[in-house]
Design a protein around this ligand. Structure first.
Ligand code: HEC
Length: 317
């Protein structure tokens, strides 16, 4: 028993030292021990001092005990025995009180007089520990009701919405800084004014030499028509700008110069020019591109002869 207490005391002291160090030294998220490795040494010294104190106290105690006369020794042992008996006395009593259990010998005082096939019932009191918990929950319920239903405490739903909004912001922030997160597969057409403006600036700085200011085409093809050599739509255009055109044609890969989000902006800007009329447009090159996701406005089916029909689809632009 004594040994256990000694060990607990030593551990308690070391734990106290750790808590004190964590609380007094400012190191942010990091543990103080990784910031100041020297603290390990101090902790070791604390441990050694605590062990030393325990050992000295123990030896002192033993020496004093041995120096007692047999008579005094007996009295001392007696006093300790009584103290041990009284130890935890209060706790034991409280425990019994909280259970409020009738001893088996006294059960006939509370047995009810009905019997179902020999099964009888005791009329025990409700255990006080349970009853107190019940009262506490009633008091808590009042507090809860006042806070959340009368005053306007944040409800679970509001808390949820706030957290979702915060998380969305964090994701946006992450996306802004994470290079390479956007790929041709995940990119979406940007429509916000700020993105288009940023795309326009990127275009003016890098692309006008070959595609002209109005994207009517020069060395590079006209980007305003519906014909695309390398495919239209945000995903293809993003891919073309990222990876470059066919070898030797002059359209280089821009991934070393532009960040993925800048490419998405300039690609969106290019697509926003679709249908505009440049001053001196180049002839369409490539194939007519139809967005696979475009809404089909009208479908016309024409009978050619008895074995074939022609289907004409009008796309919503
Ligand atoms: C050095 C001249 C040059 C520059 C600078 C240039 N391009 Fe090009 N671009 C071309 C050429 C040439 C092609 C045709 C590539 C091919 O035929 O494979 C092309 C093709 C394209 C296409 C595909 C067109 C299609 O029909 O499929 C897009 C989109 C495009 N460029 C966008 C841009 C953007 C955006 C920039 C600026 C970041 C840019 N280009 C800078 C020369 C250039």
């Amino acid at each position: 028993m004594k040994k256990i207490f000694s060990i607990l005391r030593v551990l308690g002291l070391v734990a106290l030292a750790v808590i004190l160090a964590e609380m007094t030294l400012e190191t942010g998220e990091e543990s103080v021990f990784s910031t100041y490795p020297v603290l390990w040494l101090i902790l070791l010294i604390v441990l050694m001092i605590a062990v030393a104190i325990e050992i000295s106290v123990y030896s002192l105690h033993t020496i004093l005990y041995r120096s007692l006369t047999p008579d005094a020794r007996a009295r001392y042992d007696n006093a300790i025995a009584i103290k041990k008996q009284k130890q935890f006395h209060w706790w034991k009593r409280k425990y019994r009180e909280l259970l409020d259990r009738k001893p088996i010998e006294a059960e006939d005082e509370i047995i009810l007089d009905h019997s179902y096939d020999g099964i009888r019932e005791l009329d025990n009191n409700l255990p006080p520990w349970w009853l107190y918990g019940f009262y506490a929950s009633i008091i808590f319920a009042f507090g809860y009701m006042i806070k959340y239903h009368i005053l306007d405490g944040t409800s679970q739903k509001e808390e949820y919405l706030v957290e979702v909004a915060e998380a969305k912001e964090a994701v946006e922030e992450y996306k802004k800084n994470a290079k390479g997160l956007l790929t041709a597969n995940t990119v979406e057409l940007l429509t916000e004014e700020a993105d288009i403006e940023a795309g326009k600036a990127t275009f003016a700085a890098n692309c006008v030499a070959c595609h002209k200011v109005d994207a009517g085409g020069g060395i590079g093809p006209n980007l305003t028509d519906s014909y695309w050599i390398l495919g239209g739509g945000i995903k293809n255009v993003f891919n073309t700008i990222t990876e470059g055109g066919r070898p030797g044609k002059g359209m280089v890969s821009w991934k070393a110069d532009l960040k993925p989000d800048e490419i998405a902006q300039v690609a969106s800007y290019v697509l926003s020019l679709h249908g505009t009329t440049p001053a001196d447009p180049k002839e369409p090159e490539g194939k007519l591109y139809i967005d696979p996701d475009a809404r089909v406005e009208e479908v016309e089916v024409e009978m050619q002869d008895s074995t074939s029909v022609e289907i004409k689809m009008g796309y919503d632009e």
